[in-house]
Design a protein around this ligand. Sequence first.
Ligand SMILES: [Zn+2]
Length: 220
Amino acid sequence: MSAIAQLLFPSTCLLCNSPGLDLCALCENKIKRNHRPILLTDTQLWAGALYGDELSELILLAKEKHISPARNFLAQLLVESFMRARSEHGESRPVFLVPIPSSKSANRSRGYRHAYLLAGELRKKISSPNRNLITVHEALVVNRKVSDQTNLNKQEREHNVQGAYSVRKLNRIQEQADLFLVDDVVTTGSSVREGIRTLREAGVRPLGVLAAGVSPRLFS
Ligand SMILES: [Zn+2]
């Protein structure tokens, strides 16, 4: 559905077009929530739901079509991930949310930065005063040409992102802050692992990764 159709008919399900909510109960029930953190090498990943057809479609709508209700739903899953991560690590420290960046060409052709908008929505959904502690910080940037990861296998993904990120404006990252990487979905973990590696090389250790979805294969 186009953004204009979305404005004209605000209350149909994004996935099955039935009237009522942005996401009807039937479609939402097909998206299986996830409560278990996963260890990615040595960094914890909290993901709100298991990746499947419905979540894949919502990510596509948010990422490629700029559909706000789809992004809202992903942000809600991120809030759930965030709350779980915070309950394990305490809630008093400032937080930096660092989006996993898309390539410059993808940002240019879309006209927006998908993960940045997602992290911003996550921040907006956190209630005050906790929200005041949270900053979205684009500390990672893509420094060369990379392909879209969607149709690549694990090895190709790793090769595609290897050395592809740089850290910028590191001096804005405070010593006493918790840093979380933010992504829509973690499938093989290649991008987030490379993000973690790049930040560590620059002397920053992320506390964890927050994602809307995670591939069930990562649990096996
Ligand atoms: Zn539906």
